[in-house]
Design a protein around this ligand. Structure first.
Ligand SMILES: [Zn+2]
Length: 228
């Protein structure tokens, strides 16, 4: 996409006299921009009255690509009959099309926990009892994460690689798996796989604080990797 050089753009608007404007227009870097936006005027004859028109040309050229993209989206939405519906329900649709609205899709611990698929071992087995314990620690850990920066969103990103829900909520099911048979004094930590969103919880933690320590350390050191 063409980038409108803001510095020159604001320089045009800041001109106080016709002389200033003319001097700016014949500057080499400005000539390049004027050529790019299809300027057909004569710099030496411009007055301050030309400023709005020149800036408009620069802006329009800069956003032309964006407009073309929006136009394609509109055409696509119209072809499936969705465009009229979107236009007639602007308030409902706003969250899908504005950055302000996107805040509605911040992950929350409750939605996250509700959507988990926990792969327990057979009912009544020793393995399952250990799994229930560590899963309880995990749920407590999730609920304890605040919504401020570095809180739950960081944990969500650690597991999914994404820092927001889609408008449809949790698009993919996140699986919780358990790791058994650690060596007795192991220091292994929970691991996550973002491509098949899942978290693997070793069951060897004897209490909440040792789980918390391992989980925090895993998030800290593993952050940013796809497969941890
Ligand atoms: Zn272990």
């Amino acid at each position: 996409m063409m980038v409108v050089p803001n510095v020159n753009f604001s320089q045009i608007a800041a001109c106080n006299t016709a002389e200033e404007l003319r001097a700016l227009l014949i500057d080499d870097s400005m000539m390049d921009i004027l050529q790019m936006v299809g300027y057909r005027g004569v710099p030496s004859k411009e007055t301050l009255k030309s400023v709005p028109e020149i800036t408009r040309s620069i802006v329009i050229t800069g956003i032309a690509r964006t407009l073309a993209t929006i136009d394609q989206i509109s055409t696509g939405l119209a072809s499936i009959g969705a465009l009229d519906y979107i236009r007639s329900h602007k308030n409902a649709m706003q969250p899908l099309f504005t950055s302000e609205g996107a805040k509605h899709f911040q992950p929350t611990p409750d939605v996250f926990l509700d959507g988990l698929n926990v792969e327990y071992s057979a009912e009544g087995s020793n393995r399952k009892n250990a799994e229930i314990d560590v899963y309880k620690h995990f749920c407590d850990f999730v609920q304890d994460q605040g919504m401020e920066e570095g809180g739950f969103v960081k944990l969500y990103k650690f597991i999914t690689g994404s820092d927001s829900f889609t408008p449809l909520g949790l698009e993919r099911v996140i699986t919780v798996r358990f790791i058994h048979w650690c060596v007795s004094d192991c220091k292994c930590r929970p691991t996550a796989s973002t491509c098949d969103p899942s978290i693997n919880l070793p069951v060897h933690y004897s209490n909440m604080s040792s789980f918390e320590e391992a989980m925090t350390s895993a998030m800290k050191e593993g952050f940013g990797l796809g497969l941890i």
